[in-house]
Design a protein around this ligand. Sequence first.
Ligand SMILES: *Cc1c(COP(=O)(O)O)cnc(C)c1O
Length: 398
Amino acid sequence: MKLDQELEARLAGLRAQGLLRELRRVDSAQGTRIQIRGKNLLNFSSNDYLGLANDPRLKQAAVRAIEKYGVGAGASRLVCGSLAPHHELEEALAVFKGTPAALSFSSGYATAVGTICALLSRDDVLILDKLVHACIVDAARLSGATLRIFKHNDLNDLERILKSTSTKTILRNPAARVLVVTESVFSMDGDEAPLREIVELKDRCGAWLMVDEAHAIGLYGERGQGLARQLGVAERIEIQMGTLGKALGVSGGYIAGSRTLVDYLVNRARSFVFSTAPPPAVAATATEAIQIVQSSEGETRRQTAWDLANLLEHTADAEGMKIASPDSLIMPLMVGAETQAVELASALRERGMFVPAIRYPTVARGAARLRITLTAAHTPDNIAELVHALAPLVHRRP
Ligand SMILES: *Cc1c(COP(=O)(O)O)cnc(C)c1O
C-alpha cells in the first residue's frame, strides 16, 4: 500500500529524532502503582492530583447512575440526551466556581475548541500565551481569527500586542473583538500566570479574557476553586474553563461564567451541539468528585499533595538535582535533548518507576524533560524511592 509506505517513512523519521510515541497498555486502575507489561510501576505521570480516579465513592456514584440512567446518553444534549445528571453536574459546577452558570462538555479539548470558535470569527483577534495547550492553539486555527502570540507570562509583550491590535483592528473593523487566552497553571512547566495583571490589562484595553484552569481546578484557592478565585479576579474573567479529568479524577470539560455565555454556547459551540452527550454516569461521578474536592477532606488532600511537592524539591536538592516548580504539583526535571529524556525515562522504568519523557511537539524542540507529577495519594517513601533511583542516572549523564 502506497499510504503505508509513505507513513512508514514518516514514522522512521520520528524514530530517528527520538520523537516516536507509542501506547503503553496499563492493566490496572489509575493510582500511584500501575501495572504495565506485567510490571508493577510506581507512577509519577498521572494528573489524578487528588487521588480520586479510583475512589470507592466515585465508583459507587457511577454504578448508581448506570443503574438508573443506563450507559449511553442516546443523543446529543439538544436532542434527548440532556439527562438529569448533566444538569446536576452543571448546577454543582456553578456553585463550586461561584458563577451564575456552567456548561459541561465531553472533554477539555472539546470545551476549548467549541467555545473559542463560537466566540470568534475571521474578523476577530485572538491573543495567546506562547505556552498554551494544544487544544487552544487548534481552536485558534479553526476559528480563523487573526492570531497573535505573546511571550510566555510576559506582561509587557501582552500590553504591546493589545495596544497595537486595538488600534489596527479598530481602523479596519470597529466591531472586531479581541480575546486573550491563557492558562492559570501551565501544563508542562507548572508555573502560574500573573492573572491579576492580565485582568487589569485586558480591562484597560477592552479585550475579553479566557482562562484555562485545567491544572488548577481542585488544587488552588479556598475549596479548590482555582487560581483565579485565589487571586480574587474570578469575577473579572469573562470565560473560565477547566477539565474534569485531572484533579477531579473523572472526564469532561467545563465552562463557568454568566448565564448568557452558557445560553450562547448551548446554541453555538459546535463540539457541544454536534456530539453525543457524555454518559450520564460520567456526569454523576464528576458531581460526586466536586463534593469531595470542596469538603474538608479535599482540603486535607490538597495539603498532603503540597507537602509532598516540598519534600520532593528538598530531597532532590540535597542530591544536587533541581526538580522545582514553585507553584504546582507538576515538577519537571529539565533534560534538553529528546533522546536523553527518553533514555532516562526508560532507565527509570527498569527500576520500577514510571516518569514520562515529555518532548516535542508537546514542548519546544531541545526542551525535553521528565515530567514528574505528584498526587495526594503518594507517600514520603515514594518520594525517597524516586530520588534514590533518579540521582545516579542524572549524575551519570555526560
Ligand atoms: C489536559 C488539558 C486540557 C484538555 O483537557 P481534557 O479534558 O484532557 O481534554 C486542556 N487544557 C489544558 C491546559 C490541559 O492541560
